[in-house]
Design a protein. Sequence first.
Length: 70
Amino acid sequence: MTEVAFLTVAEVASVMRVSKMTVYRLVHSGHLPAIRVGRAFRVPEEAVHEYLRESYLGVEVGGERPSDGA
């Protein structure tokens, strides 16, 4: 069984260079998967990297695709 590394909201915010509120919004909107541990959220580290890869490449994320202005 492989071990999954989980990050706190603060750690995710640091990796993504955004605010903690932005991370909470991504979690609540379903764009970033997370589990609840008590009152806190933990996000799988691989999910953060996947989200960033998809966002960077402009791949469809959560049913939305960035507008190209055309």
